[in-house]
Design a protein around this ligand. Structure first.
Ligand code: IMP
Ligand code: MG
Length: 182
């Protein structure tokens, strides 16, 4: 198995591209089942969710679906900084619409909660969250995501859009930080 190294940290293969594709398809089918008769707005949270959002949006195949982008940042290195900064805001009018937030990963839940609260101020019909990965043991605030690709333990991962200080996003598989031998 091929390891990769970024910034002196070693990562090992964790979730292979075929398994990612399978779960993306399943999540897409769940969203399609729930929203195919509406014109839901998919809201991709940049940067990490760009790859998942592209694959999910295509796989959902809802005729009147739209997609837009917002940019948040909370992680520095391998840990959440605890404060979330909005770098690029919402441009669309979401009044009366169903919004599907698309995230790469829900960790502490701080980003998700802040985003949901912000969106709810604009009177949408409904706000739900689809995330490729969810670390349930790390969730400290807010509600769990409605649509989840994989539940994983609280370990740092990268690849398929997820990064370590902007590196590793282009990996087609997902990697996990190798356990340090003490
Ligand atoms: P939260 O606000 O703590 O839930 O963190 C959400 C954001 O932190 C995610 O959208 C990711 O961008 C980033 N993040 C959380 N866990 C990881 C990880 O294991 N690898 C890379 N980025 C992560
Ligand atoms: Mg993110």
């Amino acid at each position: 198995m091929d390891e990769v190294t970024y910034k002196g940290l070693t990562f090992v293969p964790y979730i292979m591209r075929e398994e990612i594709a399978k779960q993306v398809k399943r999540v897409a089918e769940e969203i399609k089942r729930d929203y195919q008769d509406e014109s839901p707005l998919f809201l991709c949270v940049l940067n990490g969710a760009f790859m998942f959002a592209a694959d999910l949006f295509r796989a959902c195949d809802i005729p009147d679906a739209e997609i837009t982008f917002i940019r948040y940042k909370s992680y520095e290195g391998t840990h959440s900084s605890g404060n979330v900064r909005e770098i690029m805001g919402l441009t669309q009018d979401i009044t009366g619409r169903s919004v599907v937030i698309v995230e790469d990963i829900v960790d502490t839940g701080v980003t998700a909660q802040q985003l949901r609260n912000e969106l709810l101020k604009h009177n949408p019909k409904q706000v739900v969250m689809a995330t490729l990965l969810f670390k349930p043991d790390s969730l400290t605030v807010g509600t769990p995501p409605e649509y989840v690709g994989f539940e994983i333990p609280s370990k740092f991962i990268l690849g398929y859009g997820l990064d370590l200080d902007e590196l590793g996003r282009n990996l087609a598989d997902i990697y996990v930080l190798k356990e340090q031998k003490s």
